[in-house]
Design a protein around this ligand. Structure first.
Ligand SMILES: [Fe+2]
Length: 249
């Protein structure tokens, strides 16, 4: 597991934004710590990415906050571990970037956001496997669980490229269990597509070893490229932890 050093004291000057853009280009994510409760992290994220907000569940800001009915689920609003995924693979056009703002970190030390650039994993695949991921159009759209039919679903290849940059659309939970947010202790019978189930298991193994873990401090912002970075979250137990999330693209 790698840890991440934060960038401190962001400014919204043109020079500073250009520096953050370069960091994002090279590292595919930025983690910024501030001591400013009113830091305009949304404007910052828009300036750095050059993108506008996208709606998520019909709203611009999603509150990542524990809710008792989701507690046992592998979901943003539950306490259980989230398996690696790229966001909104069931959207026709998933967000290009995601950003999180930490209003209140967990007191328990858990709930770390983890990230991994997918290119290293792609290097572990054979040419034949990559070809299969690029040529097979796969249906994404939950038919079970709390996210059942949240969208009309989308059909797209799991892997494509924009120049040299990989575009990966994936969710270990969805591929393995057919459910974006299953209860890990009460998994319903599901028969995944064997090739993809094997890819998901190997990706999980890779992710376990290679991810970066970020314990977001209060008033920090984490911004990443949702096309080429997978993310996940460790388990936690503090119901007062609160983040805000935006989609850009
Ligand atoms: Fe997510």
């Amino acid at each position: 597991m790698l840890t991440v050093s934060p960038v401190l004291s962001p400014e919204l000057s043109a020079k500073s934004i250009s520096n953050y853009q370069q960091l994002l280009e090279v590292n595919h994510f930025i983690y910024v710590e501030t001591e400013e409760p009113n830091f305009d992290w949304i404007e910052f994220s828009k300036l750095v990415t050059g993108e506008e907000l996208m709606l998520q569940y019909g709203q611009e800001i999603f509150h990542v906050l524990y809710q008792p009915e989701y507690m046992k689920l592998s979901d943003a609003r539950g306490e259980r571990r989230l398996l690696p995924h790229t966001e909104a693979s069931d959207y026709q056009t998933p967000p290009k970037y995601l950003a999180l703002w930490c209003k209140k970190p967990s007191a328990c030390g858990g709930g770390m956001t983890t990230l991994a650039y997918v290119e290293g994993f792609l290097k572990t695949l054979t040419e034949e496997e990559k070809k299969k991921l690029m040529e097979t159009r796969h249906h994404f759209g939950a038919t079970r669980g709390i996210h059942a039919n949240r969208t009309q679903g989308a059909i797209h290849p799991i892997l494509s490229f924009e120049g040299n940059k990989p575009v990966f659309r994936f969710s270990c939970n969805y591929i393995k269990y057919g459910d974006y947010s299953p209860d890990p202790e009460d998994l319903k019978p599901y028969t995944p597509e064997p090739f993809l189930a094997e890819i998901a298991d190997r990706f999980l193994e890779y992710y376990e070893e290679k991810h970066m873990a970020i314990r977001m401090e209060q008033y920090s912002c984490l911004l990443w490229d949702n096309k080429c970075m997978a993310h996940a979250r460790t388990t936690y137990s503090d119901p007062t932890r609160e983040l805000e999330r935006i989609f850009l693209g």
